[in-house]
Design a binder for this molecule. Sequence first.
Ligand code: GGG
Length: 353
Amino acid sequence: MPFEIAVIPGDGIGPDVIDSGLQVLDAIGSKFDLEFRWNTLPWGCEYYTKTGRMMPEDGIEVLRPHDAIFLGAVGYPGVPDHVSLWGLLIPIRRHFEQYVNLRPARLLEGVTSPLAGRGMADIDFYIVRENVEGEYSEIGGRLYGGTDMEMAVQQTVFTRHGVDRVLRFAFELARSRPKKHLTSATKSNGIIHTMPYWDERFAEMAEAYPDVRTDKFHIDILTAHFVQHPDWFDVVVGSNLFGDILSDLGPAVAGGIGIAPSANINPERTYPSMFEPVHGSAPDIAGKGIANPIATLWSASMMLDHLQQPAAARALMEAIERVTASGEVLTPDLGGKASTSDVTAAVIAQLTR
Ligand code: GGG
């Protein structure tokens, strides 16, 4: 049976890196006898300028029957960021209960960390970001617009169901790893209601996982620890906003956002999950052919894992790592001179050698 994959290249460098991903996945398909049927959807900011919507009204129904969604990047100058995000990425995450955003931060061989003296053994952890509630909430509004009493209010939402399910996923992931260590990102000293609640749920959940070592840090010092002690971390769980920030910082210490993958997962598999690089559309380098495709290729490997193709997922990851380890074909963000298509060809060459 072919895998039915919805492909949303999106904006800026999205189409470049997705094109790389599709070439590499087709090569994987030939090697492992897997068939992919790509349903490419032209949604995003250009679509918005033509239609007034980031995706059609029935977009969620169009996506629903697919086995997975493969997405590039969202956002472009001319369309306000909150319009592009709330018109495409966020509705997909919510409708399909992709409540886990799993984001690895691992230093690949051949990639140099900006942290002096740090090597591969020091940077290898996962960020588990709550992906459908928390600070990303449309509850709120503005009052007295245009007057000197103007105000804006934004509500954070932590439900017991929503917090517990992402914590459970993080504990299970930590339990499956050798270090069995889970860190919680909090800010319960300053955020007086939601964060103490998060801490309470974390503490209660920990009782069910006596084999998992736990700790928690306020988000401010946690960011410092990511830089000064990345080796302390194994799995880090955070709310939607904290997880988002940590999952730019984590990959930055692992060599840069150009290699950072992510999986928006519906663990129950009731709905399709979505795989995307962490990075955005990078309009400054769009169309130049120099975007690093590794974040997208690593996301493709996570998609293969989710599609229960572990051998293909591993082979893709090994091919990526052989390319970075050789140091010969790297894009400018990693200190090289290679183009997106050079890296794509190098990964395919490693797959087919
Ligand atoms: N690769 C998807 C993308 O363009 N992400 C940019 C972004 O701003 N994402 C916000 C979020 O993940 O919450």
